[in-house]
Design a protein. Structure first.
Length: 331
């Protein structure tokens, strides 16, 4: 199946690369996996539930959450009925939420947890346009995501087909708001084809296959991780969501992904932690550690550095670097 709209990714993956672990997240210490079929069915339930609430084509629905499968279920469910997603950072202020809800004309909001629910309730107190708020976690007094899915289960997925058919590749799919560092946040309007053309053009640089697994932790509300997520799913890559930055090394060891996207700051933090452990060593172990570190800093991918260097590097790999890779889930 040709992927012309973002939600075409689900039937495409179901037909070509059906996965038992399409999306996965850790719940109560265990990795909970959703198959492609389950993701597709849940996305349909979101669509049908939103439709029952009166949400339709071009209506705006916000998503405020850290990365988790429900984020993508909401994303696909919104776009299948021609509505427009408005992803937002969990860390911004109540005033920013209030401004964006008003500027975009948001009618419904998905939030992840109790803290964000409180912020959104405060932001929407004087905004009658925001009619519905659903939480991914169970929060006392809030409508839970399961309620929306239950509403959707009462509908007929076949009823979504004409709604999907009415969505064109150049239709507005999402509005990404800037951080507001130069004034009020500004909305960037992106179509389905804007994102999917980036997937197509990025494909040569991201040679993933259906046998690969990805660990995702850069925020989905940022367009880069969201685009890469679509690229992963088009190619049948299983996606596991990291719990947090604090335990990402543990998640890497558990998942052993073939790929993850990152930013320099995270790599700097990993490097700093490794060096800090080296400083805690004593005697020969400490000397070997910093000998290997020095070799690594001299490594050059562009040239052969000679027999003596390569022999030392092979020894450092065996004694030191392999342990680092194992700690990061690389072997």
């Amino acid at each position: 199946m040709e992927v012309r709209r973002a939600f075409d990714i689900l039937p495409h993956q179901l037909a070509k690369y059906p996965k038992s672990d399409c999306l996965a997240a850790k719940v109560n210490g265990e990795w909970q996996k959703m198959s492609t079929q389950q993701v597709s069915e849940a996305a349909n339930q979101v669509s049908l539930g939103l439709q029952q609430l009166g949400i339709g084509k071009d209506d705006k629905v916000a998503i405020i959450s850290m990365n988790r499968p429900e984020w993508m279920l909401a994303d696909f469910g919104i776009s299948q009925i021609g509505a427009v997603s408005v992803p937002m950072y969990p860390s911004i202020t109540v005033e920013d939420y209030k401004y964006i809800f008003t500027d975009a004309g948001v009618k419904a909001v998905f939030v992840s947890d109790k803290g964000l629910y409180a912020k959104v309730k405060e932001a929407t107190a004087a905004l009658p346009g925001v009619q519905h708020i659903f939480t991914f976690d169970k929060v006392e007094g809030a409508r839970h995501f399961d309620e929306l899915l239950a509403m959707g289960k009462k509908g007929n997925p076949a009823d979504l087909e004409p709604l999907k058919a009415a969505v064109q590749p150049d239709d507005l799919m999402t509005i990404i708001y800037t951080s507001g560092t130069t004034g009020n946040p500004k909305g960037v309007m992106l179509s389905h084809d804007n994102l999917l053309s980036n997937c197509r053009n990025s494909q040569p640089s991201v040679p993933v296959t259906k046998d690969d697994t990805a660990l995702s932790f850069l925020p989905l509300c940022h367009i880069f991780e969201r685009m890469v997520t679509y690229l992963y799913m088009i190619n049948g890559v299983s996606i596991y969501y990291a719990e947090s930055m604090e335990v990402i090394a543990d998640n890497l060891r558990e998942v052993k992904p073939q790929i993850f996207t990152t930013v320099p700051r995270l790599l700097e933090k990993v490097y700093d932690k490794i060096v800090a452990k080296g400083h805690d060593l004593e005697g020969v172990k400490k000397n070997l550690f910093f000998w290997a570190l020095d070799l690594g800093l001299k490594f050059d991918t562009q040239k052969n550095q000679g027999f003596f260097y390569n022999t030392q590097l092979a020894l450092a790999n065996k004694l030191i670097f392999n342990k680092w890779r194992e700690a990061l889930g690389a072997i």
